[in-house]
Design a protein around this ligand. Structure first.
Ligand code: ZN
Length: 302
């Protein structure tokens, strides 16, 4: 059974000002990479957007009203970093639906990959760093609503701390949040996850991979999660425009392979999102994100 790939063309359909730093095309380019590297037609799953009621399971009604009606004050809106548009809202609701779907498919199939997601800087009533609503949190919430006795591990290896996820689940014992991130990276005021590991500027492959492996093994042993939500951000890459770490392409593959393999060995369903990755050179960025797909092929022979 091939690993389900969750994708919607809307992910890259967002008009942004020229030279905006967000690489909005990466989603469709990664989809094209997968198609060129043997993805089967039956592997693709297209999510339908969630509604605001579902968003309200994790976010404050007044924040939702500000988002939906473009009524947020300028300063709060500027933190998010995208210009407001109907297109942005629809894309956001579709992407959150994608992560929810990915979690559900992972529970059914063992592993699933979302070609978007990882909007981990979205808090209960404010957004920042390109994140309006927290798809990881919404996915965890959807699983808990269906299976209240589940334990979920959100394992976030994006170079930026998953601060929104941490605050949203600060008082939820069924969800364990772990963030392994650059100490000198955004957000500069860090939140408190269940486990935070800060890495110094310039961290290279060996130290990084050992840290990730050690953390994941310890968390699996301690928490025995029923599901892992994995943020496979590639802004750890040494070529990244926003990250301060120095991880090679092989290092990215080794991280993703190690995480997926360990989850499979332990029979823990794993839902991955591609997370952050910021480079003007899109071919290089796609190569970095493609390591997650290569890892899935290796581990699941999908
Ligand atoms: Zn990031």
């Amino acid at each position: 059974m091939p690993v389900p790939f969750i994708y919607h063309p809307r992910y890259s359909a967002l008009a942004l000002p020229p030279r905006h730093r967000y690489p909005i095309q990466k989603y469709q380019l990664l989809k094209a990479w997968a198609d060129a590297h043997g993805a089967r037609r039956s592997q693709w799953v297209q999510p339908a957007p969630i509604n605001w009621q579902t968003v309200a399971t994790m976010h404050a009604p007044h924040y939702i009203a500000e988002l939906a009606n473009n009524r947020m004050d300028k300063q709060r809106w500027r933190r998010i970093g995208f210009p407001w548009s109907e297109q942005l809202l629809l894309r956001t609701l579709t992407s959150a639906a994608g992560t929810i779907r990915t979690a559900q498919l992972a529970l059914e199939e063992g592993c699933a990959i979302h070609f978007s997601g990882g909007y981990h800087h979205a808090h209960h009533d404010w957004g920042s760093g390109f994140c309006l609503i927290n798809d990881l949190a919404l996915a965890a919430r959807a699983v808990l609503d269906q299976r209240p006795s589940s334990k979920i591990l959100i394992f976030d290896t994006d170079v930026h701390q998953g601060d929104g996820t941490a605050t949203l689940f600060a008082n939820e014992p069924r969800v364990t949040t772990c963030s392994i991130h650059g100490a000198n990276n955004f957000p500069f005021t860090k939140a408190v996850s269940d486990v935070d590991i800060e890495l110094p500027k310039g961290t290279t492959d060996n130290d990084y991979l050992e840290t990730v492996d050690h953390a994941l093994r310890a968390l699996i042993e301690r928490e025995q999660p029923d599901l892992i939500l994995y943020d496979a951000g590639v802004d750890i890459y040494r070529q990244d425009d926003l990250g301060h770490l120095s991880i090679s392409l092989n290092g990215i593959f080794a991280r993703d392979f190690g995480v997926l393999k360990l989850a499979r060995e332990q029979n823990i369903p794993l839902a991955a999102v591609i997370g952050g990755g910021y480079q003007r050179k899109l071919d290089r960025l796609i190569r970095a994100h493609a390591q997650l797909l290569r890892a899935a092929y290796e581990v699941w022979k999908a």
